[in-house]
Design a protein around this ligand. Structure first.
Ligand SMILES: O=P(O)(O)OP(=O)(O)OP(=O)(O)OC[C@H]1O[C@@H](n2cnc3c(O)ncnc32)[C@H](O)[C@@H]1O
Ligand SMILES: [Mg+2]
Length: 197
């Protein structure tokens, strides 16, 4: 079995990468398997932030790695929280972030609550060879939390395609339609060439 390093501290993301890479014969390691690293996500785009995460790991470990930067893009908020989704309410606190989102959208009617999740995945090798892929999923922001699966903003995100909240989906169902799943499927189209090249 081969090993792939995902440069993430987020256990929800790590679980999804394990689920998606296991059938491909890869064991997934994450930042928690190595000595602590400080990563300053101060880029101006999803791709810049994903690159900052993966560069930190590749420089330290001298091994190929993958990172993703993701976020919730809400139309009524002019695209916020976007690249600031993790620290939208201050600390990296999923429950506080969801509460702030509900407050900010309190007076926004259903037809104006459109949103999408976005993921940019960046793969980087010690020789500098980079692979980038993007994915999204469209939906609406609910008026209260629905469902207990997933993580982050999932209980507030109504998936248009499946007519239920993201947190009501099984892991397999989420990976099949999610921003991260879609980005990873794009990424895998060129993975062999990047990994072996
Ligand atoms: O940077 P790493 O260590 O990977 O972990 P993170 O949680 O900080 O991840 P991001 O920087 O990409 O921030 C993304 C934010 O959007 C949320 N998010 C990302 N993917 C999500 C998903 O699939 N469902 C719900 N919320 C998600 C997540 O909870 C964070 O608050
Ligand atoms: Mg982060």
């Amino acid at each position: 079995m081969q090993t792939i390093i995902i440069a993430t501290k987020n256990q929800g993301k790590a679980r999804e990468y394990r689920e998606m890479f296991a059938p491909l014969g890869f064991e997934v390691k994450t930042l928690s398997d190595f000595r602590p690293l400080t990563i300053n996500e101060n880029g101006n785009s999803f791709e810049e932030n994903a690159t900052i995460k993966v560069e930190a790991v590749v420089k330290n470990l001298n091994l190929p790695a993958i990172a993703d930067d993701s976020g919730l893009v809400v139309d009524a908020l002019g695209g916020r929280p976007g690249i600031h989704s993790a620290r939208y309410a201050g600390d990296h606190d999923d429950a506080a972030n969801r509460a702030k989102l509900l407050r900010e959208l309190a007076d926004v009617p259903d037809d104006k609550r459109t949103a999408h999740f976005h993921t940019t995945i960046v793969g980087l090798k010690p020789d500098g060879k980079k692979l980038v892929a993007n994915g999204r999923v469209d939906g609406h922001i609910l008026h209260q939390e629905v469902g207990h699966n997933g993580f982050g903003y999932d209980p507030l995100f109504y998936v248009d395609q499946l007519q239920c909240s993201m947190a009501q989906l099984t892991p397999e169902q989420k990976n099949a339609i999610s921003h991260r799943g879609n980005a990873l499927r794009e990424f895998m189209k060129h993975f062999d060439e990047w990994w072996q090249g």
